[in-house]
Design a protein around this ligand. Sequence first.
Ligand code: GDP
Length: 447
Amino acid sequence: MFDTLSDRLSGVFEKLRGRGALTEKDVSEALREVRVALLEADVALPVARDFVGKVKERAIGQEVLRSVTPGQQVVKIVHDVLVDTLGGGDNAHELDLTKAPPSAILMVGLQGSGKTTTSAKLAKRLKEKDRKRVLMASLDTRRPAAMEQLKVLGEQADVPTLPIVPGQSAVQIAGRAMEAARLGGHDIVILDTAGRLSIDEELMAEVKQIHTKTSPVETLLVLDSLTGQDAVQTAERFKARVPVSGVVLTRLDGDGRGGAALSMRSVTGAPIKFAGVGEKLDALDVFDPERMAGRILGMGDIVSLVEKASQDFDEAKAKQTAQKLAKGEFDLDDLREQLAQMRKMGGMGTILGLMPGMGKIKDAESAAGGFDDGEIKRQEAIISSMTKKERRKPDLMNASRKRRVAKGAGVQVQDVNKLLKAHRGMADMMKKMGKGGKRGMAGQMAK
Ligand code: GDP
């Protein structure tokens, strides 16, 4: 998949490989080529422009990691921007199946986009993976062949289809399908609407009527990724008239360019929810921006290398602090850093994890007063109300200083006392554990 775009990008990054340092000119040149590669892959111009802008912005603000080359780091940034562009962090890729049954899923799209096949793939998936009872109905009243096709696919997927009653309108069939589902105890009704060769008013009006009639939980627009920019334009036009909740991109298995996938989210704002990757009924993937970005870039090894390096980077900093702690130099700035980490990770910070003798972690936690989230924030506020000097030397805290700090943090003096006590307890323990770590068992036993 995406051979061409992937190849082009590899070519661009090959030039950066192994350089000790990157000049701004190197980066600019590489990005110019990234832009050309994107445009050749049929990515919409504003999307390509925006993409390059984002990469540049991030590249400038980023700390240089020692263990990877700058070229590798640029690859990682491009990867991250790819993930964003494809809708990473959307959290919108799964279907909303929380409504009381039966829920309708409306499938819309142009003829030949793969709508009927996708309906059957989705039905099979919902039945097998989500254990849902699914019913399918074709609303393509003008093309009996399309209705017949859904029936055949339904048999293959082992999912029932609504019996065809000649002479009914699409809206009538939709109503009948919902009723049948109610009576038959089905959870989900997949409605395969009529396709047209191009968007016309009649089609749109019909889709709208069906939408009103069935209040679907999802309206999925099926688009052929091979049509590139046309797919994006079709999406824009559908979206302007029907509340599309998500996109299914079909034929990604044959799409060497990936332009539609890359432009879709930015141009239409609609999340890509599924990807069709073959003709078989199980060839439907939940769309995963991370994985797709990996395929486009084809450089998973470099991306994970840089990820690892940036982890090591944090670790190096954490180790430094741990060494400081072991010497008994655990001041209130260190405590504040730990509190911030605890808040992020919901547990004791990584630095504690690097300390020798971590069997005592539970003690450390209780010494810290068993903080909850609000408590942690309060403690951080108290520390922030102290002067730099006070944070370094907590012993300076006399009664008047405590009153000042309490007032600044909006707490009682006893809260300040509690924090100082907790800090003292932790600092003492760190010191002990640090010594234990250095001198080992002998040191412990000599006491
Ligand atoms: P509809 O007119 O939109 O209902 O389109 P169909 O569902 O009839 O699909 C048209 C053709 O595309 C069929 O031959 C399908 O097998 C094929 N097709 C659908 N989705 C995919 C896909 O994801 N990959 C590939 N390779 N073929 C697909």
